[in-house]
Write a protein that binds this ligand. Structure first.
Ligand code: NIG
Ligand code: FE
Length: 421
C-alpha cells in the first residue's frame, strides 16, 4: 500500500523529544531533540512511520510508493504547532473597545460597564449558527496557515444553555469537517450573565446546563473534552469555580480553566488539588500556586498576547520553569486579543516572558498537547504519532520565532496526518 508522504533531505528535523515523553520541563525544553540532514516517512494511516538520516531512508524506501513527496532540501521540519487556549466562536468584533483600552480603560472597567464579554455574548446569542460557523472556519484557516495543527476551542459567549450548545455544535461541525485538530471546551462559566448572581449562575450550570450537555455527549451528538471557568474577582469566585470544575470532572471532562489572571485567587492551588490538567493565564499566581502546580503536573498555559494587550504583569514563566512546572502556550484568540498566530505568541513569550526559543517551541508543541490531554498522539515527531508537521523555508528552525510577521512565506507546507493542507 502506498505511503502518504515522504519528506526528504531536510536540513533539520526538530523532533522535540524522542523517548515517548508526554511533556517536558525545563531541562528537556532547553535541549530539544534536533537531527540534521534527515528524512521522514508518513504511512498510509497518517502516522509517522520512519525518521532517520536522509541516506538511510532513501535506500530503505527506494522501492516504496508515496502519494506525495516534499523535497525539503535546505528547509526545516518541526511538529505542527498546538494552541492550548482560544475563544474562536463569536460575532461582533470589539475594535471600539481596543480604542477605549488604549485611552486608559482597564479590562474590568469595560466588563463592569456591560461591555467586554457581555458585548460579545449579546452578539453571539443573536447570530445564526451558520454565521458563526463561517467566521470560525475563516479563523481556523488563518490559524492553520500560521502553523497551528491542533487547537483548543471554547464556548462561553452564550452563558445560557441554548447558545452554549449552539457554539459547541458549531465547534463540532468544524471538528468533523475541517482538517485542523480541535479539542472542544465547555466554558459556560465565562462570565456571570447580566441580571444573575454568581450563585444563580452556578446553580444554572450545575443543575441545568451540565446535565443537558452530558446527554448530548452520551448520545454522540457532541464531543467535549474540557471544562473551563473564569475564576476571577467579580466573575466566578473560588468556591463556585471549584464546584463547576468538580462537576465537569465527574462527567469525564479534563479541567482546564482561567485562573489568577487579574487578582491572586489561589486558583492554582485549588486547580492542582482537583487534578486540573491545565490552568491558563496565571499573571498573578503566587509561589505556593506555582509549587502546587509543579507537584500536581498541572500545565500552566501562558498567554503572552493578553498580558501584552492589557499591559498586565508578564506571566512568571522563568519562576515556573525553575520550579518544574509544565509550561505551555496559547494564543488566547478572542475579541480582546485578536491573534491567530502561534509564531507571534512564541516570539512574545521569548521577548516579554524571557523564554528561550527551544523552551517556547516545546511549550507550543508537546506541552500544549499535554495541556489538552493529547500528548500521546500529538506534539512531537515520533514514530506512531500523528504525521502533523510544518516545513519551513529557512536554514534553521528558529527563524519561525525570530521573524515576527510574514509567516505565510516562511511556512512552506502545513501537513496534517500526512496530507498537505
Ligand atoms: O482569556 N479572561 C477571560 N477570558 C478571555 C477574554 C474573553 C473576552 O474578553 O472576550 C481571556 O483573555
Ligand atoms: Fe481565555
Amino acid at each position: 500500500m502506498s505511503n502518504k508522504l515522504f519528506v526528504k533531505n531536510a536540513k533539520q528535523i526538530v523532533l522535540i523529544c524522542n523517548s515517548g515523553e508526554k511533556f517536558l520541563t525545563k531541562e528537556g525544553m532547553q535541549k530539544l531533540c534536533v537531527i540534521e540532514d534527515s528524512s521522514l516517512v508518513i504511512g498510509s494511516d497518517g502516522l509517522i512511520k520512519d525518521i532517520g538520516p536522509a541516506r538511510t531512508i532513501e535506500v530503505q524506501y527506494a522501492e516504496a510508493l508515496f502519494d506525495e513527496v516534499i523535497d525539503a532540501t535546505g528547509m526545516c521540519v518541526i511538529p505542527g504547532l498546538v494552541d492550548a487556549h482560544t475563544h474562536p466562536v463569536w460575532a461582533g468584533d470589539r475594535v471600539h473597545e481596543f480604542a477605549m483600552k488604549l485611552a486608559g480603560a482597564t479590562y474590568m472597567d469595560v466588563h463592569m460597564a456591560g461591555g467586554g464579554i457581555h458585548f460579545t455574548v449579546e452578539n453571539t446569542r443573536a447570530a445564526p449558527a451558520s454565521t458563526l460557523l463561517a467566521s470560525l472556519t475563516e479563523r481556523l484557516g488563518r490559524m492553520l496557515r500560521a502553523g497551528t495543527t491542533l487547537v483548543e476551542c471554547k464556548s462561553g459567549y452564550g452563558l445560557e444553555l441554548h447558545t452554549e450548545l449552539k457554539m459547541l455544535e458549531v465547534i463540532e461541525s468544524a471538528r468533523s469537517t475541517l482538517p485542523i485538530n480541535i479539542s472542544p471546551t465547555y466554558c459556560g462559566a465565562h462570565a456571570v450573565p447580566k441580571g444573575k448572581t454568581v450563585a444563580e449562575a452556578t446553580t444554572d450550570i450545575l443543575q441545568f446546563q451540565l446535565p443537558r450537555l452530558r446527554e448530548r455527549m452520551s448520545s454522540g451528538a457532541l464531543r467535549v473534552d474540557n471544562i473551563d471557568v473564569f475564576c476571577e474577582q467579580g466573575v466566578f469566585d473560588l468556591a463556585s469555580t471549584r464546584s463547576i470544575l468538580q462537576a465537569g470532572l465527574d462527567m469525564g471532562l479534563n479541567i482546564n480553566f482561567h485562573g489568577d489572571e487579574l487578582h491572586p485567587m489561589n486558583s492554582a492551588q485549588m486547580g492542582a488539588e482537583l487534578g486540573a490538567l491545565a490552568i491558563s493565564h496565571l499573571e498573578e499566581v503566587t509561589d505556593e500556586g506555582i509549587a502546587a502546580m509543579a507537584t500536581a503536573k498541572t500545565a500552566a498555559v501562558l498567554l503572552p498576547t493578553t498580558a501584552y494587550i492589557l499591559r498586565l504583569p508578564q506571566p512568571r514563566a522563568r519562576d515556573m520553569l525553575q520550579a518544574g512546572v509544565i509550561v505551555a502556550l496559547g494564543s488566547d484568540f478572542n475579541p480582546n486579543a485578536y491573534c491567530c498566530s502561534m509564531p507571534l505568541v512564541m516570539h512574545l513569550a521569548c521577548v516579554n516572558m524571557k523564554m528561550s526559543m527551544p523552551e517556547a517551541l516545546a511549550a507550543a508543541t508537546i506541552n500544549a498537547a499535554y495541556a489538552l490531554g493529547c500528548s500521546h498522539t500529538h506534539g512531537s515527531l515520533e514514530v506512531n504519532k500523528h504525521g502533523d508537521l510544518l516545513v519551513l523555508n529557512a536554514p534553521r528552525w528558529e527563524h519561525l520565532i525570530y521573524q515576527f510577521g510574514g509567516h505565510q512565506e516562511l511556512i512552506r507546507y502545513v501537513v496534517i496526518k500526512g496530507k498537505v493542507v
